[in-house]
Design a protein around this ligand. Structure first.
Ligand SMILES: [Zn+2]
Length: 179
């Protein structure tokens, strides 16, 4: 670990090899990401209604309806955390590559073309074209929202898959389903 750091991280005893290949600036970002374990987020009625609507529309497999509801839920979470909203696009069948099928993607703000950040999610499995289980879809949405929040809320320069990141993702999922 870099010297002079007093942060207690989730991965202190087992930093991934990847970490040591980062610049010291990127290491600081990584460690900050790993240190934050949750958001101060409590869903309000609007967020709960958006979640219910999304869960119901996913059962129908309606792409336009899923898009509307996924956008509404993401917007409510952003509002609840006092950040600007993030664009969400839902597509049909998940693309596949050698590593498996893609569930979702987050595109950070691109300063070269001034493209705002956005999220892409797929709602059908690659093999059988089944609609993804609603809870899985919501977890994927929270994963990608988590990437967005790394920049928009935590002001990190990059978004890494640290243990802290996954804990934050789980804290959002728990907040939604246990409220
Ligand atoms: Zn990710």
């Amino acid at each position: 670990m870099a010297t002079g750091l007093t942060l207690r991280t989730n991965s202190e005893t087992q930093l991934p090899a990847f970490f040591y290949r980062l610049s010291s600036r990127a290491q600081r970002t990584w460690l900050k990401s790993d240190t934050v374990e949750r958001y101060d987020y409590v869903p309000n009625d609007a967020a709960r209604n958006s979640l219910d609507a999304l869960m119901r529309v996913l059962e129908t497999g309606n792409l336009a309806g899923c898009t509307t509801c996924a956008r509404a839920l993401a917007a409510e979470i952003c509002r609840g955390l006092a950040t600007a909203p993030v664009s969400v696009e839902v597509r049909g069948v998940r693309p596949r590559n050698q590593r498996g099928e893609l569930h979702g993607l987050f595109y950070p703000y691109d300063p070269r073309i001034r493209r705002p950040p956005y999220i892409v999610l797929w709602m059908r499995t690659a093999q059988r074209h089944d609609v993804v289980k609603p809870k899985t879809f919501v977890r994927t949405l929270m994963h990608e929202v988590g990437h967005y929040l790394d920049y928009a809320l935590l002001r990190l320069e990059d978004s890494y898959h640290t243990q802290g990141f996954f804990k934050r993702e789980s804290s959002l999922v728990r907040a939604l389903f246990n409220s």
